[in-house]
Design a protein around this ligand. Structure first.
Ligand SMILES: [Zn+2]
Length: 202
């Protein structure tokens, strides 16, 4: 099964995804979609010995990013670690609690390959989800995994990280050859791109 990463203006990115009934997890078609998404994340995860330091790491993917309007997110819980991955499948993930204390972090997105920016997120969250077999999960997350899950659950609700930028006219533009430099100079970056045209109207 071939998945195609959607363009930033694709309306599927702006549509709320549909929950998957637990019984549907028994369907081969749904398991094949999950498998294809896992393959995509492993294929672009860029970790371990073969890691290319001038390329970003894919640490999360939600189904509508690749054309499936279903509540599936694949997340690498070892986000922030370069040497190994901990890739997990979350079905119908839902934030059931979020701390009022916030943190600011740089974020990027598979659908917006050269666009980066700082976003405020809750520092801690609790998430309820199903695994791919239908078992119920309750996750308490802090730091990077908490930020990642907020980014992915936003996708499932039709939102992108650029909606939350302080100034959408000044998203960071990071072209392919600049990525290594960006990692050390994020805070002082002066190459901007106006992403207003991709922002969802309220
Ligand atoms: Zn994203």
């Amino acid at each position: 099964m071939q998945l195609t990463v959607r363009e930033p203006s694709d309306q599927l990115l702006r549509k709320e995804c549909t929950p998957i009934p637990k019984r549907d997890l028994r369907k081969t078609s749904v398991q094949e979609e999950i498998e294809a998404m896992i393959d995509y994340v492993y294929g672009t995860n860029n970790k371990g010995k073969k890691r290319k330091s001038n390329q970003s790491m894919t640490v999360g993917l939600s189904a509508n990013q690749v054309g499936l309007s279903k509540r599936i997110s694949i997340v690498d819980m070892a986000i922030g670690k370069r040497g190994y991955s901990d890739i997990q499948v979350l079905i119908n993930p839902e934030i059931i609690w979020a701390s009022t204390s916030m943190v600011e972090h740089g974020e990027g997105c598979v659908n917006l390959p050269s666009i980066w920016g700082y976003v405020m997120r809750s520092k801690r969250i609790k998430v309820k989800a199903l695994d791919r077999s239908g078992n119920e999960l309750l996750l308490t997350l802090v730091g990077w995994p908490a930020i990642l899950l907020q980014h992915e659950i936003d996708h499932l609700n039709g939102k992108l990280f650029i909606d939350k930028l302080i100034d959408p006219k000044k998203a960071h533009l990071v072209e392919k050859n600049d990525y290594r430099q960006y990692k050390t100079e994020k805070k002082n970056w002066t190459k901007y791109i106006d992403v207003s045209k991709y922002i969802k109207p309220e």
